[in-house]
Design a protein around this ligand. Sequence first.
Ligand code: FES
Length: 133
Amino acid sequence: MEADVAYAICRMNEIPSQKARGFHLMIVGDDGNPRPWPIIVVRWGRQVFGYVNKCPHDGVNLDWERNQFLDPNGIRLMCGKHGALFELGTGNCVEGPCKGRSLTPVALAVLDDDICVVGVRLVEDEVAGDEEA
Ligand code: FES
């Protein structure tokens, strides 16, 4: 039943079009224990794409500088560690040491202009963006 819950993480207009933003969420794992679940949300016009913030190469967060997810041209996601480039809409690595592998997609939905995470169970109190400080 939890799979039907949608968790609003931010408003659509809080992420400018063609930008990405990180969120540090807590997910309830299969064993019932909470664990950190950092994700990236990319907005492109009215479309949103979500990925787990974990490089398939070394398993690190992509944003070595906080919330810097895009390459200098602003058209791909980039890992700050070794510069792997990922397509925004698919999460596929098109260049770099993990070429051919992919970011793990996160299911998102837009409901009443709220960007929501769906299909997982979150620890709700922990929903917070990176930009609050
Ligand atoms: S850890 Fe991301 S490219 Fe190496």
